[in-house]
Design a protein around this ligand. Sequence first.
Ligand code: GLU
Length: 574
Amino acid sequence: MPLATVRATFAAVVLAVLSACSQHPGASFDAAQREARDSFMIAAAHPLAAQAGQDILARGGNATDAAMAVQAVLTLVEPQSSGIGGGAFMLYYDAGSKGVQAFDGRETAPSTATPDLFLKADGTPMDFWDAVVGGRSVGAPGVLRMLELAHAEHGKLPWATLFQPAIRLAREGFEVTPRLHELIAHDKYLKTYAPARRYFYQADGSPLPVGATLRNAKLADTLEAVAENGAEAFYEGAIAGDIARAVRNAEGNPGKLTAADIAGYEAKQRDAICRPYREYKVCGMPPPTSGGATVAQILGILESFDMEAHAPTSADAVHLVAEASRLAFADRNRFLADTDFVEVPLEALLDESYLKRRAALISPRHAMGEAQPGLPAQQAAMPDQPSGASTSHFSIVDAQGNAVSITTSIEQAFGSRMMVRGFLLNNQLTDFSFRPEVDGRPVANRVEGGKRPRSSMSPTIVLDEDGDFVLAIGSPGGSRIIGYVAERLVAFIDWDLDAQAAIDLPNYTNRNGPTELEKNTAVTRHAEELRRRGHVLEVETMTSGLHAVARTPDGRLQGGADPRREGVVLSGVR
Ligand code: GLU
């Protein structure tokens, strides 16, 4: 069966199952009708996760409650992407105060980690995949501590209730989706360690087929312990002990994480980066992700251009977005890292007049080639790591008008490939620079004990002039996340596209290298023109996973799910 048919069949099955819900898998049907009456909405990467969130919202839970249920179910049904063995960033919009809070659940390096963690004996960097698979790349997980922090402040329904949908599904089983099957079938490393090998493959070694029922009693037990005894059950005691043991004993590539590192993990509240763009205010996540700052720089640079005058898939739009993005990435690669360890000149990087000067470097007709960072720097730039097929983003608006925008990740697809008690452990430490210094200068994002690796995750919330919620959006996609999100903010704000139409646009971006165009889309027709302007092009598959919820000026909710993945938008009335 061609993949499109599999997707359609899968969507039809899901649709039948969810007959009582409003749902649209990456395309709008009965949209106007639904939007008119809905008071809450959720967009997430898997129908069962979205449904768990929808049930919580329908029962009177709020966006934070729903987020917990969604994350717990994603751990089960989208194990390749995110989970309690990984980290996340969450932006929260409070309808009462109109404030935006940033919650940091990023993994931390073991306290004994040193800058040479990913160097071989001869002082050269390890091969990327040699670093990923095994214990070395595993950071102390942050997801549950982050949700605990957010729930303590904003949760309405009891903590234990929010794990029940995931526990039930883990015991009863869920169907392997086409995407999960494809990823299992093509993964070169998932058979490395017995727990994941036994879970994801059949006795004869073949990958679980599409539609196979997958049960996960171990995860159900883990979640039950967390439901009953709180996040402590994960961070202190037997579960943490098992994680540390697995990491330290990982055959071929042991790591340094200890039970004390896990017990000492702290989620943090940080100040969201909120900057004006046109008549809106765009709020993003501060370091240790580079997402919020880099998206803000791209928009700040584009503010100098009349983007409205260019069609979304025109050569001019691609050129300007690519050039702005190139400039922003030059600064990102040089300066951004965990601000608890490194001084990052955030204010200077986001200063309006600085961004105007950066914008003045853009010629409408000629690509500038490699951009240089715009501020004096003591540090060396960090080369980019490959983008994975992992990570997940979900957006939620509840009946009170609160909103949540969460990007959550175990880094590469299936993370470190190490599975403990039913969940996969992240490989997030490979988001550090493998080289501690370049040309004798330190790299800001070098490994240090207790530090958080630089991320690109860019959960975003947009507010209008009155401070009212307008849009929650984000995406997976490694460092391309930044471009995926920035392009959609321009689409939503300058091109006035609805959430789904914005997500459906072709992806195009530039990470201070080649201009990347999404294969088989409308923008590739400009290849010749863009080359004439001096762009080096790469035309490739760009699997974003954008999920958005928006509120229109007349108060209706509107959702968008990325057709490149398996996500859906669900909604309802409360
Ligand atoms: N680990 C990446 C980050 O934090 C996300 C990986 C992905 O989206 O593929 O930026």
